[in-house]
Ligand binder design. Sequence first.
Ligand code: ZN
Length: 397
Amino acid sequence: MAQDPRQAAPVRWSGAAQLLEVVRSEPGITRAAAVQRLGIGSGGATELVARMRQARLLDETPAPARGRGRPTTVLGPHAHGPLVLAADLRAADWRLALAGIDGAPQVVAQDAYAGEELDVALSRLADAIGAAYRRKTKRLRAIAVSVAGTISGAKLVQFTSRGWHDVDLSVLTANIPDRAGIRLLLGNDATLAGLAESRTGAARSAATALHLIVAQGIGGALVVNGEPLAGAHGAAGEYGHIPIGDPALVCPCGARGCWDLTVDGRALARHRGDAPPDDPVGYVHDLVGRREADEATRRAFEAVAGSLGRGIGGLVNLHDPEVVTLGGVAALLRAAAPEAFDTAYRDGLMAFRKNSPPPVRDAEHAEDGPLYGAVALAMDHVTSPAGLADWVDRQFV
Ligand SMILES: [Zn+2]
């Protein structure tokens, strides 16, 4: 009995979902290598790739000839394939990017908040999302938003840098018709940056990886088998609010002794006797070039790098990661006082870990980590078996 091509059952697309997972994790992979990863025979592979080309999920280009092996092709995005939007709501501005299955975000709009009220800022972003949808109507299948704040369900619970709280972010799809069936996904910036490092960055191929990011305070994510641990409400990873800092200091979050207060630009300022900086990230960048000239500044960097290393030692004892990656200004803080960092890190480790501690690497995606992570989150949704069945149903009606 012939199958109606418009009724694309998810199970029919599970092989395609697996192949897309391989192509996404190893950009530029050849068809021969991808098929080998999946362990399918050449007949099945020919049928699968042909079906995916026809469904506009993949395309092939000739691979450069190598040795005497049979010629193969490189698998990559289809010119009319699925797209996702990724938005990054940062402390002072936002960016919106479009990406295909190659996962590389292309920024299509950006703006600063410039003292605006929250509803104005969100409606500008909603306009940009609506405009991108109108340009790519049938191809756009999911939107993921990274927020430099705490997420719970569809709500932005706390956006400290702007003083915003309890905001419903579903307004961001106000200019997209419901019938389009486009999913809005939300994630914390540190969590998404951790996801990006595990999938395509400095923690690639580690089954258990810890990512930490310092901006104003410190956040992070434990990523296990490519998935960040999100918690019951998506609010896990508040590493900055573990009380391993100075118990004399009260944190704006309401707790006492938070690690947050000892590992960022605010901590450097306090050690130097400066007023709390308006822009703790800019403050670190400004100060880092002056640390050699001035003893108080050098000591401030040693204290902050030491607190960072000590806390990471504790988290390694807790989580047992294969690798730790540093994003935001964390890498800069370590580089400013590497001995203080290393000594505190090793001192914090349990004895049995000291001989082979997990490497602490600088993040590869740097400032773009949350954007790459949001693309990955949205594309996971689109390239799941159910997402692919939905794509085919909507493309070929
Ligand atoms: Zn706190």
